[in-house]
Design a protein around this ligand. Structure first.
Ligand SMILES: [Zn+2]
Length: 244
C-alpha cells in the first residue's frame, strides 16, 4: 500500500500545503481519502489515470476535506467519463448529490451524468476484495468519521478530524487492539502531545504520521516525536509518500 499526501494542510491552505486529500494505491487500484484540493490537476501532473480511482471516502463535509470534489466530478461528467468511483459522503447524501448535480447542470450543456454516491455508517463500509474500510464515528461535527483501511495484511488508520477536546475523548482506541502499521492523525485542533497517553507504550502501533496540522502545533509535534522513542513519527507534507 502506498499513501501519497496530495494535501496535508489544516482548515486553510498554507504556502506549500493544500487542504486535505490522500491518495491510497494498492497496485494499480486507487482510492482517495478526502478531496479538499483539486486532485485532477495533481493526477495529471503525476500521470495517474483519473479513471483508476475506485472509491472516495470523505471523512466529513467541511470544505477543507471536500472542496476538490466538485471540480473532480465536474471533469468526470464530460472528460473522464470512464471514471466511476463509489463516493462515500457523510451526512445528507441526497442533499450533497443534488448540489453536485445542480452545479454540473449549470456548467454543462448536456444532461449531467450520475455518480455512485453512498452513505457512511459506523462499521464495515467497503470491501472490493482489495481494500476493506471500516468507519468509526468521531466527535468533530455531526457525521464525521475516522477510517480504518485494511489491505495486503496491513492496517492503517486515518483519524479524520477529531473532537476539539482532543483525542483522549475521541480517538478510536479499539483499532490499537491489533497491530496497526500506521496511524495518520490530525493535529489542527489540539496539541499533538495529547496523543501521548494513547500511543506511548503501545506495542501494536507501528508508526505515526501527523497530518492536517497547524503550524502552531509544531512544537508539540516535535515533543511527541521525541517522547515516542520506540514508534517512528513523521509529519506529512504535500507530495510525501509512505509505503506500508
Ligand atoms: Zn479539517
Amino acid at each position: 500500500m502506498k499513501i501519497t499526501f496530495l494535501g496535508s494542510s489544516h482548515g486553510i491552505p498554507e504556502a506549500n500545503r493544500k487542504c486535505s486529500s490522500a491518495l491510497v494505491e494498492i497496485g494499480e487500484n486507487r482510492y482517495l481519502i478526502d478531496c479538499g484540493t483539486d486532485v485532477t490537476e495533481q493526477f495529471a501532473t503525476k500521470n495517474i489515470p483519473i479513471d483508476s480511482v475506485r472509491a472516495i471516502f470523505i471523512t466529513h463535509m467541511h470544505g477543507d476535506h471536500t472542496n476538490g470534489l466538485i471540480p473532480y466530478l465536474s471533469l468526470c461528467a464530460w472528460a473522464y467519463t470512464n471514471a466511476d468511483p463509489e463516493i462515500y459522503l457523510p451526512g445528507d447524501v441526497e442533499k450533497t448529490a443534488r448540489a453536485i448535480r445542480d452545479w454540473n447542470a449549470c456548467n454543462l450543456s448536456s444532461e449531467p451524468r450520475g455518480f455512485r454516491y453512498r452513505g457512511v455508517a459506523v462499521g464495515p463500509l467497503y470491501d472490493d476484495g482489495i481494500l476493506k474500510v471500516t468507519a468509526f464515528e468521531t466527535k468533530h461535527i455531526n457525521h464525521s468519521y475516522a477510517y480504518l483501511l485494511e489491505a495486503e495484511g496491513k492496517r492503517v488508520l486515518f483519524s479524520g478530524d477529531l473532537s476539539h477536546r482532543g483525542p483522549s475523548d475521541d480517538f478510536p482506541v479499539s483499532v490499537l487492539e491489533k497491530p496497526l502499521a500506521l496511524a495518520i492523525c490530525e493535529s489542527a485542533h489540539f496539541d499533538a502531545t495529547e496523543y501521548l497517553p494513547l500511543f506511548k507504550g503501545c506495542d501494536n502501533l507501528g508508526s505515526v504520521c501527523i497530518n492536517h496540522y497547524s503550524e502552531r502545533h509544531m512544537i508539540s509535534m516535535i515533543e511527541l516525536k521525541q517522547a515516542l522513542t520506540k514508534i517512528p513519527v513523521t509529519f506529512a507534507t504535500d507530495g510525501m509518500e509512505i509505503r506500508i
